[in-house]
Design a binder for this molecule. Structure first.
Ligand code: GDP
Ligand code: GDP
Length: 455
């Protein structure tokens, strides 16, 4: 049927997409009727995206493989999703936002013959927050007389407006030259920047769990202290440590080594340090001490790591102090208080003796590999197709929301977007998340599943 055909087409487009390295993404945003679909057709050089004179027509695709002067990129089209009901400004901006989040650069299309409207302004405000490169397209400049209309749009604050006529092709070549100039070679969208240097690890945990002991054990004599970057505060210092034949960057270790014993504000200081380390890290080793009862502070720190979107390894430290009674408690704590991170690899260690310290690297590798992973769109939709066929969404009030298709919008951590015909029950969404993990693994990384309803 229609959906199957749609999924099959998605498969074809993404088949040659090498796993991991993605073409850069260009999002086309703007209010209805400014000519986004016409511009998409122009860029694709074919009449695929349906252009309708009436706004509000729903199309069935969002992204297209595109090319210009030998540069490949993915075009994400936000045209045709809109409804013409009330509240349109916010909705246009909302819908544009998801596309912008997955994009490396944005084409903001404005109708030069109309000028900037309130809806345009709502999109502009959203774009300012996002801080992604924006190319401002003044569309419907069909001839030289209209070029003056375009110059008014300097006022939007995105620099030079590019006067084009999507309909006739006027000016689009220059605009596309600019597009490929600012797009990166591969997509960096949504994910946390991967610099290519040593992987960045944060050791976190409440005071006295054994962070500095573990750091010392791991570092041995191979420790290299890296100066803080210019412009940052004096405190955070990274250390490069050889483990398993590779170099790892342990971030913000100064805060661990500089033993702070404050009576007051210690918690606050610890939280700040944790937050700052998480921001710089790709993976967090969350230390818990097994000789003491799991505390609220332990759980709070763990949750900070989850919320930061970093990959996670749980290290149960002071294993040498574990007795039978504590062991029974610990099992219960893991089941009850740590159930929400049952996806994180666990290592039992003793920072004091060095016992099992070699288990850390394999766990870090697993977590980082999951964090980086990208499921090709074709495979994801094959999975969704089977899942939905076997377990359709329950009917609610005579309606049954359908999943049209899904895409992994970003990695580090993996984030999925499902395009649906109605709101999915939270329970059904959890079911999909669980099946995603069962099928694709993702051990050690948080994943996110969101939906976009297209009515
Ligand atoms: P979207 O809602 O932003 O996707 O806008 P469409 O691409 O559907 O275009 C809306 C209307 O504007 C259609 O009637 C198009 O033919 C017309 N249009 C689009 N681009 C141009 C252009 O460059 N010049 C003129 N004159 N009309 C255009
Ligand atoms: P931090 O505050 O998280 O950096 O914790 P420290 O590394 O300073 O450790 C706090 C205390 O726990 C110190 O007295 C350590 O010697 C002790 N400790 C750390 N790890 C272990 C361990 O694996 N076993 C035992 N028995 N004690 C440990």
């Amino acid at each position: 049927d229609e959906d199957a055909a749609l999924l099959a087409r998605q498969d074809e487009d993404y088949d040659d997409e090498a796993e991991g390295r993605l073409n850069p993404v260009l999002a086309i945003v703007g209010r209805p009727n400014v000519g986004k679909s016409t511009l998409v057709n122009r860029i694709l050089g074919r009449r695929e995206a349906v252009v309708e004179d009436t706004p509000g027509v729903t199309r069935d695709r969002v992204s297209y493989p595109a090319q210009w002067t030998g540069h490949n990129f993915t075009l994400v089209d936000t045209g045709g999703w809109e409804q013409d009901a009330k509240g349109i400004n916010a909705r246009v901006a909302d819908q544009a936002e998801i596309a912008v989040d997955m994009a490396d650069a944005v084409l903001l299309v404005v109708d030069a013959t109309v000028g900037a409207t309130a809806t345009d302004e709502a999109v502009v405000r959203m774009l300012r927050r996002k801080k992604k490169p924006v190319i401002l397209v003044a569309n419907k400049v069909d001839d030289i007389q209209n070029e003056a209309d375009a110059s008014v749009l300097w006022g939007l604050g995105f620099g030079q407006p590019w006067p084009v006529s999507a309909l006739h092709g006027r000016g689009t070549a220059d605009m596309l030259d600019k597009v490929v100039e600012i797009l990166p070679e591969f997509s960096e969208h949504g994910g946390i920047e991967r610099s290519g240097g040593p992987r960045r690890v944060a050791l976190i945990g409440r005071p006295n769990v054994g962070k500095s002991s573990l750091l010392n054990k791991l570092a041995g004599s191979d420790r290299v202290v890296v100066d803080p970057l210019a412009g940052t505060t004096r405190d955070p210092v990274d250390e490069m440590i050889e483990l398993g034949g590779r170099t790892w960057r342990f971030v913000d270790t100064a805060g661990i080594r500089r033993r702070v014993h404050m009576q007051q504000g210690a918690d606050f200081y610890a939280s700040l340090r944790t937050q700052s380390a998480l921001e710089k890290a790709e993976v967090a080793v969350v230390l818990l001490a097994v000789d003491e009862i799991l505390s609220e502070q332990d759980v709070r720190i763990l949750n900070m790591a989850i919320e930061s979107g970093r990959s996670i390894v749980l290290a149960f430290n002071k294993w040498d102090l574990l007795d039978d009674e504590r062991r029974r408690y610990l099992e219960r704590e893991i089941e009850q208080d740590l159930a929400h991170v049952d996806w994180a690899p666990r290592v039992n260690i003793s920072a004091l003796t060095g016992w099992h310290k070699d288990r850390l690297v394999p766990a870090l590798d697993v977590a980082l590999e999951s964090w980086d992973r990208r499921i090709p769109t074709g495979r994801l939709n094959a999975f969704l197709g089977e899942l939905v066929a076997a377990h359709p969404h329950p009917v609610r009030g005579g309606k049954q929301p359908r999943i049209l298709f899904g895409t992994q919008a970003s990695s580090r951590p993996p984030k999925f977007v499902l395009f649906t015909t109605g709101f999915l029950d939270p329970g059904y969404r959890r079911f999909i998340t669980r099946r995603l993990r069962e099928t694709f693994g993702f051990e050690g990384t948080p994943i996110e599943v969101s939906m976009r309803v297209r009515e």
